[in-house]
Design a protein around this ligand. Structure first.
Ligand code: SF4
Length: 389
């Protein structure tokens, strides 16, 4: 059996590490949201939360300070609500601890369109942040209302233009597919053309999932919200792929599209089995162990609990995987990226390769087995078959 790293293509390599910083507060709770968030009544506790993050970093970074730092990612929640001097303090604290850094250290902030004002964008740039991921979510006014967002059509494009003017190296936008009563597959190409022409370098396009414990979950149980059927969702997914390909975007991961040279460095850590340290409420870390396995540690989701916690009190869950389990994870994760999996890593799985190719779920390209668009659509079935022995 191949070693784990033989499955990898150039990208993050063993020894590379990213740091994820979670900021949990939002202005209001979106009805579909299942992230670890808290609603800010007035100002979020900028200083107390930064102090808690710096304390967690001080306790945990030394154990990984020999790695090469490739990325810092501020996610949420709404980290664009955090006062820029506190963002800068966290960037400084992280970068000061790593002697080795990638030639381009990618530093991303997730931002609401409404927060992308010239003064805030300039302050983020001054803090060293060079990539902004804007929660555009949709260009269809019906969908923005249905999603309960606090921005309106036009705000997303204006935010992208302002970020471009502020000199960010990379601008990404999030879009949500499959909002009930929203854009149909036929209506979708013009929306895609608009976002493609807006100047974004990268797009993350997520299918709306209706989670039980959200307001959408409650409405679905009450019969007030009817999720789209699978055929319509598949048509939306295919229409998005074709429209973005027509505008020069590479579909490099199941939900991710990039212009050439603009793949997300931090996100790639997740699906390449590379290490990341997550700090803040609900943040997850993944670190390799010397035996070839890995350890995934997730923090408590509650902001008050996190603010009061010290040391292991921050930890909500620890999951370990041995080398074989990690190899399986990397196998199915590999099939979620356009790079696929090295054919050599599947030398002992001719049945799997034959099934993938015969079912038009993957093709052989050079020495790699790479998923087709159909393979992306049926990624769950591919994963199930890939890890079945
Ligand atoms: S802004 Fe994002 S994180 Fe905050 S509630 Fe809405 S979907 Fe959730």
């Amino acid at each position: 059996m191949a070693t784990i790293d033989e499955r990898l293509v150039p990208g993050p390599v063993p020894g590379d590490l990213g740091v994820y910083v979670h900021f949990p507060w939002c202005r209001h709770l979106c009805p579909y949201c299942d992230f670890p968030v808290a609603v800010a009544r007035g100002e979020p506790p900028h200083d107390a939360y930064a102090a808690a993050i710096l304390a967690e970093l001080a306790e945990r970074v030394d154990a990984v300070a020999d790695r090469r730092l490739v990325s810092i990612y501020f996610g949420g929640g709404t980290p664009s609500l955090w006062r820029p001097d506190r963002l800068a303090a966290v960037v400084d604290a992280v970068t000061a601890r790593f002697a080795a850094r990638a030639p381009r250290l990618e530093i991303t902030i997730e931002a609401n369109p409404a927060d992308c004002t010239p003064p805030l964008l300039a302050a983020w740039r001054a803090a060293g942040i060079d990539r902004v991921s804007i929660g555009v979510q949709s260009l269809d006014p019906r969908e923005l209302v249905a999603l309960g967002r606090d921005h309106r059509m036009g705000d997303g494009a204006a935010a992208i233009a302002a970020a471009r003017a502020a000199g960010f190296a990379s601008i990404s936008a999030d879009l949500i597919l499959g909002v009930p009563g929203g854009t149909s597959p036929i209506e979708l190409p013009p929306h895609v053309a608009t976002i493609a022409a807006s100047g974004v370098d990268h797009l993350s396009v997520y299918e709306l999932t209706i989670e039980e414990r959200t307001m959408f979950g409650k409405r679905a149980r009450a019969g007030e919200l009817v999720p789209l059927d699978e055929d319509t969702l598949a048509s939306l997914y295919e229409a998005t792929h074709h429209a973005l390909a027509g505008h020069g975007f590479e579909h490099y991961e199941i939900s991710s599209y990039a212009r050439p040279g603009q793949r997300a460095i931090h996100n790639s850590l997740y699906w390449r089995g590379a290490e990341f340290l997550g700090v803040g409420t609900g943040a997850a870390s993944f670190l390799r162990d010397p035996g070839g396995g890995g350890r995934r540690v997730t923090n408590v989701r509650s902001a008050p609990k996190y603010l009061a916690a010290r040391g292991d009190e921050r930890v909500a869950e620890v999951l370990t995987s041995d080398a074989a389990e990690l190899a399986d994870d990397l196998l199915w994760l590999g099939f979620r990226t356009s790079d696929g999996v090295a054919a050599g890593a599947l030398a002992d799985r001719p049945d799997l390769v034959e099934w993938l190719v015969r079912s038009d779920l993957a093709t052989l390209v050079g020495d790699r087995v790479q998923p087709t668009l159909r393979g992306f659509l049926y990624a769950d079935q591919v994963a199930t078959r890939a890890v079945a022995r």
